[in-house]
Design a protein around this ligand. Structure first.
Ligand code: SAM
Length: 217
């Protein structure tokens, strides 16, 4: 479904109840939240953009750091089947909120750095979509999460991440991942950059890195 652009687009992801939940979690664990409010619909839609209905004929998409669920909602609206979506959220109250909003989605309440153990036999993982605040998390945690992500992601799989740092390279992304898309979204508070990376299909694909940005689909 097309979202209306403009002011509504920015406000959409910040329904009052969700804003309050995020604010409460921000006061409790500021480094884990790393944001003042939920992502706008414009940002969430850009995160979901590579995943049309045909993307997941088999396998799974894992969302990391779902918060109150704006990106989860965009992924479902884009056509990702709920049974193929695994949502990971460390905060118990946010996981509760997600389970009540998306009763047919598998919500795992665990730290992303322990993901592989929590995933059980769910494979292959064809994409990881992350809203984790890598710049505010302790560096050792960010490194652990990215190595877990690299481990679970199938060869050729996509990794999507947003950052509020509009300039410079995304930190902690494995050097072998190839950037295939980069887009700045102004209709968010604050504006954010969404980047899409592809894990190499085989070892030989690794060193052939390009910083192109022409689209992941
Ligand atoms: C910036 S908020 C993003 C929330 C939502 N996806 C959005 O776009 O509005 C980051 C989320 O990551 C979660 N988080 C932080 N560290 C985590 C970790 N190690 N494992 C899983 N989730 C984590 C926080 O609880 C928070 O909900």
């Amino acid at each position: 479904m097309k979202q209306k652009a403009g002011r509504d687009d920015v406000m959409d992801g910040r329904k009052p109840g969700q804003w309050l939940i995020i604010l409460r979690e921000l006061l409790r664990t500021p480094r884990d939240i790393g944001a003042l409010c939920p992502s706008s619909a414009a940002l969430a839609n850009e995160m979901a953009r590579p995943f049309g209905a045909s993307f997941l004929k088999s396998g799974y998409l894992v969302e990391l750091g779902a918060g109150t669920g704006p990106v989860t909602e965009a992924l479902l609206m884009r056509g990702v089947p709920p049974s193929r979506l695994v949502v990971v959220e460390k905060s118990e109250s946010l996981a509760l909120c997600l389970r009540s909003r998306f009763s047919d989605v598998n919500v795992l309440c665990c730290p992303a750095e322990e993901l592989k153990a929590e995933m059980g036999g769910l494979a292959p993982v064809l994409a990881v979509v992350s809203s984790l605040p890598f710049r505010s998390l302790p560096p050792a945690v960010s490194v652990a999460i990215m190595s877990e992500t690299e481990r679970i992601l199938a060869p050729g799989g996509l990794f999507v991440q947003f950052t509020y740092a509009l300039l410079g390279e995304m930190p902690f992304v494995p050097k072998t991942f190839r950037k295939v898309r980069s887009k700045i979204i102004m209709r968010n508070i604050p504006p954010a950059k969404v980047e899409v990376f592809r894990k190499p299909k085989a070892e030989a694909d690794g060193p052939d890195i390009s910083a192109g940005g022409s689209g992941a689909e």
